[in-house]
Design a protein around this ligand. Structure first.
Ligand code: 4YB
Length: 456
């Protein structure tokens, strides 16, 4: 990993100008091409009024234009809020006014109802094209998944992103000659993690730009995937030949998944992290045990009343709102994750979210325990367990499952007998509603709860 003393694309354009930096649909850009395009685009943004500290929304799915705009806007010193184009209008209307946004660059195919001064992609030849390289300056605002309430805007400096990268690249080999697919959205911290690893290593990044995951992966050595993506990939008749390393994260990583992928020749890396910590803080090479791995170099993890607490230089400087940063940590600098953890030797096991725990006739139920068992059924792709109110028990579990069409609920209920305690057996089953599955990298439990309430 290089020690960077300038914008990374400038560093690589000087050191390895003709090495491939970016590939998309058969086109490759070397670092020199990339730097020139970023310079002209950044000059275009500056000409349109963007300057150091200006807050700009970038609303886009992944594309070469979105990536170039991301880098060029960073180079102007702007604070960049990455926005998922699929966020509902009502949420945008509630959220954006509190974030003091000056401009929007909207590269999506649906328009935002909110009126904000628009930027366009404009290439300008001018030497007024960069702010000073100050990695400690705030650079990105990334929205948290917001399982309850409005998402929060976690504000990271470039230094924080680079600290995250250092931890991950201390474990996973990735250097020049390798290419990492931008397989997760830039508006999510997992997508940005890929970008900062690429910029630190001076390797290559690949953009799918409309291709399927399998096709795009044909030219990649690395990818970051959520478990469902890897499941789908493993169902393909042929696996991408060059794919060597997959970093998994974002949700519980089933053992069956990593075992199957490793057997097929894909090295799997399990990761655990979150928006606030700019992605992975705990990781390991998949080894057949259910933990998420070891604490990466430069990070600290402790458990307090079973809750995972993290202290790391990759942590956001705060949540941005109404012109202020609200600190994320307690007085000692620990971030309280609301995840329940258990140490297994030096390795951390994630049991589930503290807030998901509910009680049924006095018995504590961690829905994720039931979900893990359901998901180990070969015909279950995805399962969620939610509480429903019950006069006698207080609350009882119901399951929402995405299964192979042949799997009946009766069969599932039967199969669960003996695998779970009686109080953990779901009292009802539903098919996972597809409308809730769309968009983002995660399915929101909050939305599932709202859907379930309408069914009862
Ligand atoms: C987990 C979990 C795990 C998160 N077991 N619960 O670059 C990466 O790190 C990456 C690579 C591939 C896929 C995803 C990633 C991520 O960044 C994921 C980061 C993320 O999910 N952030 S989040 O803010 O949206 O959600 C964080 C929460 O997700 C955590 O607090 C946990 O509850 C859960 N989670 N990894 C079990 N391995």
């Amino acid at each position: 990993m290089a020690c960077l003393n300038n914008w990374p694309w400038r560093v690589w354009a000087e050191r390895t100008p003709f090495a491939v930096a970016l590939k998309s649909r058969g086109t490759a850009w070397c670092w020199r091409d990339l730097q020139q395009r970023i310079d002209s685009l950044a000059a275009g943004f500056i000409q349109q009024g963007v300057s150091e500290g200006t807050r700009v929304v970038l609303r886009s799915k992944n594309s070469p234009d979105a990536l170039l705009a991301y880098l060029a806007l960073l180079q102007t010193g702007a604070h960049l809020l990455l926005l998922n184009p699929q966020l509902p209008a009502g949420l945008n209307a509630e959220l954006l006014p509190s974030l003091d946004i000056s401009f929007i660059l909207d590269l999506s195919d649906t328009s935002l109802t909110l009126a904000l001064p628009a930027l366009e992609l404009r290439h300008v030849g001018s030497c007024k094209n960069a702010a000073a390289w100050q990695p400690e300056r705030l650079a990105t605002l990334t929205l948290t998944s917001g399982s309850c309430g409005l998402p929060k805007a976690a504000a990271h400096s470039i230094q924080a992103h680079l600290a995250s990268t250092a931890g991950v690249l201390g474990l996973i080999p990735y250097s020049q000659g390798d290419s990492w697919l931008l397989s997760l959205p830039l508006f999510h911290v997992s997508g940005q993690g890929i970008i900062w690893r690429w910029l630190s290593a001076g390797a290559a990044v690949v953009l799918a730009d409309g291709e399927s995951l399998e096709t795009a992966l044909e030219h990649c050595s690395h990818a970051s995937l959520v478990p469902t993506q890897l499941w789908r990939l493993l169902q393909q008749p042929q696996l991408p030949e060059k794919l060597q390393n997959v970093l998994l994260g974002g949700a519980h990583i089933p053992l069956e998944l990593t075992e199957q992928a490793e057997q097929a020749g894909i090295r799997c890396w399990c990761g655990y992290g979150m928006t606030e910590t700019a992605s992975t803080v705990v990781a390991k090479r998949a080894d057949g045990t259910p933990s998420v791995g070891y604490v990466l170099a430069g990070k600290e993890v402790m458990l307090k009343d079973d809750e995972v607490l993290i202290r790391t230089p990759s942590l956001a400087a705060g949540y941005w709102k109404h012109g202020e940063l609200t600190p994320l940590t307690d007085a000692e600098g620990w971030f309280h994750t609301r995840d329940r953890g258990v140490w297994q030797g030096d390795e951390l096991y994630i049991a589930g979210r503290v807030d998901n725990l509910f009680f049924s006739a006095g018995e504590g139920i961690q829905p994720e325990d039931i979900e893990r068992v359901l998901q180990s059924h070969p015909q279950v792709n995805h399962a969620f367990v939610l509480p429903v109110n019950d006069d006698e028990f207080g609350q009882r579990p119901v399951a929402l499952v995405d299964t192979h069409p042949d799997a009946t609920f009766e069969h599932l209920a039967q199969w669960l007998q003996g695998k779970l305690a009686r109080y953990q057996q779901p009292v009802r089953y539903y098919r996972l509603p597809q409308e809730v599955v769309q968009g983002g990298i995660k399915i929101s439990r909050q939305q599932l709860k709202q859907w379930l309430e309408k069914q009862l």
